[in-house]
Design a binder for this molecule. Structure first.
Ligand code: RAM
Length: 355
């Protein structure tokens, strides 16, 4: 169901499966922003992986160390499959910042756009135009609406991430007291879905003594996140834990707390890059946090895009494809492909990780 091929492509379906990359695109047919016509295309798991695919990455923002690791993994995979790698993107993660980039990628006739959406809907009209033009759309890290992408590479299950954030907060708070969330932008699909799970978890009797006092937004901007962390600590003197489900937020909050009188009194946890967090773990500011390897997300996105472009998968549940060194993956419900479980980092294991 997720697969949407335009009719012209379907007419030459048999040919297209064996054709070289880039031959399956038609012009963008006006400004129609609706989802492309759907026709149940059939996946051919044995179709050869096309070479020469043009695979473009459009992350949430460029000036974020997390992005660098993510797209670094993407480049490795694109090289492995002998494609052409491209990276474009805004410097801020605001809602509408990605649209003009998508339009340019359509004009350039990319084969695959791999995008981490800053807003689930703002990117939709352009992404559907891309799909009408035969470009496969893979979201990764932060999903767009299901109606405008073929598959979504989720870093771990949304449920699992939300649960592990609450579990770490509860352990650090000793099971009771005030906690606050320092998130990314208010529109971020990924952070918002994790926070939803957190709220459901916090509503359970086991967490009745934990109180979420505030969700603040640092917009994945280092300075704004730093100021928001400071504000939380001043406004809520009984705060026990700041949970920051963003690598930018957790690093900024840790930097603030490590040099303040709150160090050792208020815990910081959430999702962070081991290389950015190492010094705060070593100086005792941070006792535990979690993440996956962002490089693997970028890597998996390239293989998923290539599998779509080559006709090995259409994005329907149950389809399987091979993702190089990561092995075989299966498309889940709603076109979701889950990378794997997150890793929890502590003083004991942090030195084993280098990203
Ligand atoms: C930030 C971004 C990204 C998120 C990570 C955990 O770098 O918000 O989207 O997945 O944190």
């Amino acid at each position: 169901m997720r697969q949407r091929k335009n009719l012209a492509v379907l007419a030459v379906f048999a040919l297209a499966l064996t054709a070289c990359g880039g031959t399956t695109k038609s012009s963008t047919e006006g400004q129609n922003t609706a989802a492309p016509e759907t026709t149940a295309a059939k996946a051919d798991p044995n179709a050869p992986l096309k070479e020469g695919l043009k695979i473009a990455y459009l992350p949430k923002q460029l000036n974020n160390p997390y992005t660098d690791v993510e797209v670094g993994g993407g480049k490795v995979a694109v090289d492995e499959i002998k494609g052409t790698y491209k990276l474009v993107g805004p410097n801020d993660a605001s809602a509408s910042s990605q649209v003009s980039y998508i339009n340019t990628l359509i004009q350039q006739q990319q084969d695959v756009i791999a995008v981490a959406a800053n807003d689930s809907n703002a990117v939709c009209p352009s992404l559907n135009q891309a799909r009408k033009a035969g470009i496969k759309v893979v979201t990764f890290d932060s999903d767009a609406s299901k109606a405008c992408r073929d598959v979504f590479i989720n870093q771990a299950t949304t449920q699992g991430i939300g649960e592990s954030l609450v579990k770490m907060a509860s352990e650090l708070a000793g099971g009771s007291g005030e906690i606050a969330v320092l998130s990314a932008t208010p529109n971020a699909t990924n952070q918002n879905s994790w926070i939803e799970v957190m709220k459901t978890e916090l509503a359970k009797p086991a967490n009745a003594k934990l109180k979420l006092v505030k969700v603040a937004y640092g917009n994945d901007d280092d300075q704004k996140s730093f100021t928001e962390a400071q504000g939380l600590l001043q406004t809520y003197p009984n705060l026990k834990v700041i949970v920051s489900p963003t690598t930018v937020g957790i690093a900024a909050a840790s930097r603030y707390v490590s040099a303040s009188s709150y160090k050792g009194k208020v815990a910081i946890t959430g999702l962070g890059l081991p290389n950015q967090m190492r010094k705060y773990v070593k100086d005792g500011t941070v006792k535990k946090f979690a993440l996956w390897n962002p490089a693997d997300i970028g890597y998996l996105a390239a293989y998923a895009g290539a599998a779509l472009s080559s006709g090995q998968i259409t994005g329907a549940e149950g389809e399987k494809f091979k993702a190089g060194k990561l092995g075989e993956y299966t498309v889940g419900a709603d076109g979701e492909i889950v990378l794997g479980p997150p890793t929890e980092f502590t003083p004991e294991n942090i030195d084993k990780f280098n990203f």
